[in-house]
Design a protein. Structure first.
Length: 111
């Protein structure tokens, strides 16, 4: 049975659902980025940081060599010969888009 929401409560309910989606999507992106980050010493993987606020979720990495590794142009020696044709960030971004669409549908069905 669908949840009944009073007309004057629609705004608060919609905001709550968006905040929930931003939070779970950001945390899932963080998890997937850490799992897919190439590892040599582990510093890059351990340096992912996550900030989640109401309508803003960010996952970032401040390691000085993060950008070239993310782009697939400077992989660690342990990954030589294992380089993907698509940088791992692109793979994670595509996967997370599909995941967010699915998660948004689940949140919608909870209503």
């Amino acid at each position: 049975m669908a949840r009944q929401i009073k007309l004057d409560q629609i705004d608060a309910y919609a905001r709550e659902q968006v905040v929930k989606l931003v939070r779970v999507a950001t945390l899932e992106a963080d998890r997937r980025l850490k799992a897919e980050t190439p590892v040599d010493t582990g510093r890059l993987r351990q340096s992912w940081q996550t900030v989640v606020q109401d309508f803003d979720g960010r996952v970032f990495n401040n390691v000085e060599y993060a950008a070239p590794v993310i782009a697939g142009t400077n992989l660690p020696p342990s990954w030589q010969g294992k380089q993907r044709t698509t940088p791992f960030l692109d793979i994670v971004a595509k996967d997370i888009q599909t995941w967010v669409t699915s998660e948004a549908a689940k949140i919608g069905r909870e209503s």
